[in-house]
Design a protein around this ligand. Structure first.
Ligand code: ACO
Length: 358
C-alpha cells in the first residue's frame, strides 16, 4: 500500500471512485461490450460496419490490434480494423480519422471505440500515478448522412519533445522487455505529474479556441464541452481560461478516474443518456495526453434516437454474436487441423521460389 489518503486524492484530483477490470476483463472485452451497446442504440448490424477504430494505450497486444479482436467478437465480416495510439487524445484522433473517411466517401459506417485497462500497467507502488487511473470503454457509431452536422472539424497536435513526461518506458523497440525491465517496473506508467498538469492547463483552452474558430463559430455558440477526464483542477482551469461556466463542462471523473482514451466516450455517453446533450447542440470534445498530444473536435449533435431493440430484434442480435463466436472458434479449429495436416510445410504453390547459388 502506498502512503496516501482519500482526502488528498479527492482534493487534488476530484476522483472518488473508479472501475478496475478483473483478471478476465481486458481492453478488448470492455471495448466489445461498449461496441455492442453502441450498435444496439444505433440499430446497426455488425455486418454494416466498414471500419472499426480502437483508441487505446493499453492494447490487448502490440499486435494483433485490439480492433481486430473486437471485429472478430462482433462478427463484423465487412470491416477493416486498426488501433490508434495517441494516449489520452486517442479518441479525438480516432473520431477525426473516422469522419474524414466518411466525408471522403470511402467508408459509410465506422465504429469508434475508446477502451482502456490502465490498471494493468499501473505501478501500484507509485502514489503519483496509482491513485489516478481507471478502466473502461465507450463507443460511437458514425454514419454518412446528407444532413448537416456530426463531426464538423478537428484540430490534432503533438509535441514529441515532451515524450518523457508521460510514458511506459519498456516493452517496445527502444527497451525490449527483459527480466530487468519487469524488476524495475519499466513496463508501467511513469509520469511527471506537475509538468503534465502545467501542459494540460495551457493546451486545453487553446485547443478549444482553435477548433471553434476552425469551424467558423464563436465560444458563445458552444453548448457543451466534453473534456478528457484527468483532473478536476485541470478542467476548472480550462473553464476559467475560456471564461465559460463550469456547468458547460461534462465532469464524471469523480466516478471513473482517468480512463485515458475511454474518458471522452464514457463521459459523452453519460451526458447523452442524462439528457445533457440535445439535438443541434454544438459540442467540443477536447483531450491531452502522452506524446505529448492534444486535440479537439467540434461536433454538432444530430443523432436521431432509435427505438430501443426489443423482443425478437434483441434476441436476433444476441444470436448474431453467438454465431460470430462459433464462426471464430470453427475458423481457429480449422486452422489448427490444417496446421497438423500440413505441418510446417507451406501448402502447394506457397513455397518461396528456390534460388540456386552460383
Ligand atoms: N497521496 C498523497 N500525497 C501525494 C500523492 C498521493 N497519492 N501523490 C503525490 N503526493 C504528494 C507529493 O509527494 C508532494 O509532496 P511534497 O510536497 O512533500 O513533495 C505533494 O503531494 C504535492 O505533489 P504534486 O505532484 O505537486 O501534486 P499535484 O497537486 O501536482 O497533484 C497530480 C499531483 C494529481 C498527479 C497532478 O499533478 C496531476 O493531475 N497532473 C496531471 C496528471 C494528468 O493529467 N495525467 C494525464 C495522463 S493522460 C495519459 O496520456 C495517460
Amino acid at each position: 500500500m502506498v502512503d496516501t489518503d482519500d482526502k488528498w486524492i479527492v482534493e487534488r484530483t476530484g476522483i472518488s471512485q473508479r472501475f478496475i477490470a478483473n483478471a478476465e476483463e481486458t481492453t478488448a472485452t470492455l471495448g466489445a461490450d461498449a461496441a455492442r451497446e453502441a450498435l444496439d442504440i444505433a440499430n446497426i448490424s455488425p455486418d454494416d460496419l466498414d471500419l472499426i477504430i480502437v483508441a487505446t494505450c493499453t492494447p490487448e497486444h502490440h499486435f494483433p490490434s485490439t480492433a481486430s479482436i473486437i471485429q472478430d467478437a462482433l462478427g463484423a465480416r465487412n470491416a477493416g480494423a486498426f488501433d490508434i495510439s495517441a494516449a489520452c487524445t486517442g479518441f479525438v484522433y480516432a473520431l477525426s480519422i473516422a469522419s474524414q473517411a466518411i466525408q471522403a466517401a470511402t467508408m459509410n459506417t465506422v465504429l469508434v471505440i475508446g477502451a482502456e485497462t490502465l490498471s494493468k500497467i499501473v505501478n501500484w507502488d507509485d502514489r503519483g500515478t496509482c491513485v489516478l487511473f481507471g478502466d473502461g470503454a465507450g463507443a460511437f457509431v458514425l454514419q454518412g448522412s446528407y444532413d448537416p452536422g456530426g463531426v464538423r472539424t478537428s484540430v490534432l497536435r503533438s509535441d514529441g519533445s515532451g515524450r518523457d513526461l508521460l510514458k511506459v518506458p519498456a516493452g517496445g523497440s527502444a527497451i525490449p522487455a527483459s527480466y530487468d525491465t519487469i524488476r524495475d517496473n519499466l513496463h508501467c506508467i511513469q509520469m511527471n505529474g506537475r509538468e503534465v498538469f502545467r501542459f494540460a492547463t495551457r493546451v486545453m483552452a487553446d485547443a478549444c479556441r482553435d477548433v471553434v474558430s476552425a469551424a467558423g463559430l464563436t465560444m458563445e455558440d458552444i453548448d457543451v464541452i466534453v473534456p478528457h477526464q484527468a483532473n478536476k483542477r485541470i478542467i476548472e482551469a480550462a473553464a476559467r481560461g475560456l471564461r465559460l461556466p463550469i456547468d458547460k463542462f461534462i465532469v464524471n471523473l469523480d466516478r471513473y478516474g482517468n480512463t485515458s482514451a475511454a474518458s471522452i466516450p464514457i463521459a459523452l455517453c453519460e451526458a447523452v443518456s442524462e439528457g445533457r446533450v440535445r439535438p443541434n447542440d454544438n459540442l467540443v470534445l477536447v483531450a491531452f495526453g502522452g506524446g505529448l498530444t492534444w486535440g479537439a473536435s467540434l461536433v454538432t449533435w444530430d443523432v436521431t434516437p432509435q427505438p430501443p431493440l426489443t423482443g425478437l430484434r434483441r434476441f436476433r442480435r444476441q444470436a448474431l454474436y453467438r454465431v460470430a463466436r462459433m464462426r471464430s472458434a470453427v475458423r481457429r479449429g480449422a486452422r489448427a487441423i490444417e496446421g497438423t495436416i500440413w505441418g510446417s510445410q507451406a501448402p502447394d504453390g506457397m513455397e518461396p521460389p528456390r534460388r540456386d547459388r552460383t
